[in-house]
Write a protein that binds this ligand. Sequence first.
Ligand code: ADP
Length: 443
Amino acid sequence: MALEELSSDVPLLLLLLIAGASIGFPLGNAWFGVSLAFGIYLYICARRLRLLMRWIADESPYLDPPLLRGPLAAVAWRVKTSRNRLHADIEERDGRVALLRESFSALKDGIVILDASRAIEWCNPGARRLLGLRYPEDKGQHIGNLLRYPGFQEFLATGDSESEFEFTVPDARALTLQVQAARFGEASMVLFVRDLSALKRLETIRQDFVGNISHELRTPLTVIAGYVDTLADLLDSDSPVIAKVLSHMRQQSVRMENLLKDLLLLSQLENSDEPDSSSEEAISVCAMLESIRENALAACSGDRTITLDCDSSLRFRASRVEIESIFSNLIFNAVKYSQSGGSIDVSFRLGDGVVVFKVVDDGIGIDPVHIPRLTERFYRVEKSRSAERGGTGLGLAIVKHALIRLGGEMEVESRHGVGSTFRCVFPLDRLVEDPALPAVAVG
Ligand code: ADP
């Protein structure tokens, strides 16, 4: 507090002392006069303090402080200045919150803010439209009581910004929604809800188109391949030019046939992540793997060593086409991308609470930068090498989708020039335990 603020009461005090002295001296008691003067001064101070306290207790930011003199006037003006600043800050914050809410309200996507107990604090019109929430009626309601989708509660408990929860709204709109969660503050959470229906529709159209076109192209291609064979029989095979042209035509038609076959299979697998239980059977995996091994050895004219380590007691529940496409794509890739004389180890065994299928080769290997993209359609590390070895670029995409349907996952370890390991793990419940169930022989 500045000295001048403290000294502003000095004239008043002097006046009171003079008045006190003029009363005390005639009475012959100067101390009485001085005490009286201080007593009156204290009374004035107490009154001022009361006025100040009353003003502070009144929270209206617009009320000016009472007219006070002395040190308390300075206190009052300081309180007033801090109060004004605080009020301005609050107004600014409220303005920002209002702006945020307004912009969130304009979004087509849904936003739901949940408190620590996962009760709704606020939601925008997008969330109301997509999720059927009502606001403010549903404020304070636990979100899990309003959105009763299987797995949603677990998602709320464990969900972070990396994970997504997808579901279809069970009403006439049949919207496909995706929810992402982000935690903020102490334990609050914000849910972002996106409508994926249009994307899903487009994806279905694309898949149907690819499936249909592959199917339609197969018939004319079979006819053309047939004519190539007929021509090869009819024409003079001594002509090296014609023989070369026909062999090239046959090679290309086989390649195209493989491509269409893979495209058709991939579009069937992509149609649903759920397995079709009606097409599942108990499969003697070892017999199937042995048959693929023989075919793979034949494809490389036996110039690779392929070892097979398989638990013959294991029978696996799966769609024959799907599990066979996983096994053969990985084993044929090991052959395609290894050199003559290379060795390939294939195993199918019980692991730690899982079933593990593994293919290890000592082939050309893959630079780790390519590994995350290997299962994309038509992704090839070296396009020319893949084409030259009869690759369609769809093998690992097929493996990925077949694995999803079987509840499996794939890990890839590879070093350029050293070799690769493709490891697929399947849940134990894929094993058939009932010995009464007939294992289907592999043809
Ligand atoms: P492709 O028909 O071209 O083999 P895939 O989808 O099966 O297509 O594989 C994608 C790419 O992954 C291949 O083009 C190849 O570059 C690489 N790849 C797959 N398996 C192996 C392997 N065992 N060793 C080295 N590279 C591989």
